[in-house]
Design a protein around this ligand. Structure first.
Ligand code: GRF
Length: 208
């Protein structure tokens, strides 16, 4: 007799990094704790890819026994060639969702067209504020302090061709304190990021 119980779908995630990898570490921890095992599907981090061979997060991914791909963008003649190679790697690994976690390249058409509405990014501000080209790293927090904002935070959004402009999927807020420096604000936002990203992946990717 055929069973009417549907098998939860296995969704293969790729995490793309360029540096420290704290958001990747938070996602790997969530996965290890079973947070991505839901009734409707299971999220499995099938690949960690870095475009920078020196990225500190690579060691973290290896320690978690994840397959790591190093794809150095400097080895390619053009942005398009690199993006085509990146897209080919992701498709060869049968990736369903691409999770950008401190990935410092703007994604081109070869990747965007292969994964429509299936690429997520996290940004360290309350988008649409303090987003767009050049709004990276400490510049974001410097701009927040210069604007005398009373709060900041982070945003997970779907990735489209326009930088930091895709649909917002989740946000977390933090206070801006009177004695904040860009560094202290960055640290407070980063811990909010590390808590938010697994929740949004679970909700948006796995529908739980
Ligand atoms: C985070 O602040 C993220 O919002 C931004 O790049 C930083 C990456 O940090 N896109 P980490 O590498 O995940 O620690």
């Amino acid at each position: 007799m055929a069973s009417s119980i549907a098998t939860p779908r296995l969704l293969r995630l790729a995490i793309l990094i360029s540096g420290r990898g704290s958001n990747m570490a938070a996602l790997l921890k969530a996965e290890a704790e079973g947070f991505f095992n839901t009734a409707s599907g299971q999220g499995f981090v099938a690949l960690v890819l870095s475009n920078r061979p020196e990225a500190a997060g690579i060691a973290t991914a290896r320690a978690a026994h994840k397959p790591v791909c190093l794809l150095d963008h400097k080895a390619f003649e053009s942005r398009h060639d690199f993006d085509a190679a990146l897209s080919a790697v992701l498709q060869a690994a049968n990736i369903d969702w691409v999770i950008l976690a401190g990935y410092d390249r703007i994604l081109g058409l070869p990747v965007l067209s292969a994964f429509p509405d299936r690429i997520l990014n996290i940004h360290p501000s309350l988008l649409p504020k303090f987003g767009g080209k050049g709004m990276v790293g400490l510049s974001v927090h410097e701009a927040v302090l210069a604007a005398k904002e009373s709060e900041s935070g982070c945003t997970v959004h779907s990735v489209i061709a326009q930088v930091d402009a895709g649909p917002i999927l989740g946000q977390a807020r933090v206070a801006v304190l009177p004695d904040d420096t860009p560094e202290s604000l960055a640290a407070r936002v980063l811990s909010a990021e590390n808590a938010l990203y697994p929740k949004v992946v679970r909700h948006h990717v796995l529908g739980a």
